[in-house]
Design a protein around this ligand. Structure first.
Ligand code: DC
Length: 304
């Protein structure tokens, strides 16, 4: 039997009020899992999040692609993106984020998205240009844009088990995510990886690499780190209960297997004594890397 207490939560004045409808539905359907993967630019979030989603059969959402799509539309419309953004630009980009639907395209038999659309227009390649890299910083710092995209991200995440990557997933979008991972790596290592990846992409297309060299990529990474961490609304930050994985000296496979192991731990039914498994024993890192303790997701309503 489902207790009525599961559907009530304590408001700020101490009275019990109904919890949001999505929480009721989630409780009835069985818990949906959100895996929040946050971290700075080029920390390997996308690669790791995709592989984790693939292994677990979860949906995958790249929230950065959503901010990039709005930034690209702003560029296309020729909006003034000088920093700080003029009021007219701010109003327009908030409107774009609110009314222009962002969607993802899939190849046959592949559960992970391979295309990004805004208002039905395929912007998969455009949102990865150096121009979009620069424009997305002020656009993603805008509170109106963030409010609109955060809402869309919550709607998407509530539909199914999802691995969601970004900067504020564990802190703002889903602060009650079942697992929060904060990926880090030294700026130099991130620049090396990004450069290698860019060269590989060019080669795969049979083209010579004409993009930024490693030093220029490093400078851009520093610029984006500073921008993302210092903005007022939803800055890049580690949630207090996030697992920190420093990937500088780890392979992708090692990171993925650590994250998958953490998910499996949470999927394991809790013992009859009601004490969550990871409160009874300290999870051991598989490769000698330090891992911090994860406070168990706190339930908002008493469960009896
Ligand atoms: O993950 P990415 O590099 O594709 O993200 C592009 C930009 O969007 C990045 O500069 C930070 C911003 N972003 C954000 O502010 N919040 C998110 N949840 C995801 C990305």
């Amino acid at each position: 039997m489902i207790s009525v207490w599961k559907f009530l939560t304590e408001s700020s004045d101490g009275t019990m009020v109904p919890v949001a409808l999505h929480e009721v539905l989630t409780e009835i359907k069985g818990a949906l899992m959100i895996i929040a993967i946050d971290g700075p630019a080029s920390s390997g979030k996308s690669t790791v999040a995709k592989l984790v989603a693939r292994e677990l059969g979860f949906a995958y959402l790249d929230t950065g692609a959503m901010y990039r799509s709005v930034a690209w539309r702003a560029l296309e419309e020729g909006l003034d993106l000088s920093d700080p953004l003029p009021q007219t630009t701010r109003e327009r980009i908030a409107q774009i984020a609110t009314v222009e639907p962002i969607s993802f395209g899939y190849l046959p038999k592949d559960p992970l998205p391979s295309q990004v659309f805004i208002s039905g227009e395929d912007v998969t390649a455009q949102i990865r240009t150096a121009e979009a890299d620069v424009a997305v910083s002020p656009v993603s710092a805008d509170p109106g844009v963030r409010a609109a995209l955060t809402e869309q991200q919550r709607t998407i995440g509530r539909a199914q088990d999802t691995v969601m990557e970004g900067r504020d997933i564990g802190t703002v979008v889903f602060p009650d995510a079942e697992l929060k991972v904060f990926l880090t790596a030294s700026a130099e290592e991130r620049a090396r990886r990004r450069h290698r990846q860019n060269v590989k992409k060019a080669r795969a297309k049979g083209q010579p690499y004409t993009g930024l060299d490693e030093a220029a990529i490093l400078a851009d990474i520093h610029r984006r780190d500073t921008y993302d961490s210092s903005r007022k609304t939803a800055p890049l930050a580690k949630a207090p209960d996030a697992r920190v994985l420093d990937t500088t000296d780890l392979s992708i496979e090692q990171v993925v297997s650590q994250v998958v192991a953490l998910v499996r731990e949470r999927q394991t039914p809790q013992p009859a004594d009601g004490q969550p498994a990871d409160e009874r024993q300290t999870p051991q890192p598989t490769d000698g890397q330090p891992v911090d303790e994860r406070p168990v997701r706190e339930r908002k309503a008493p469960t009896n």
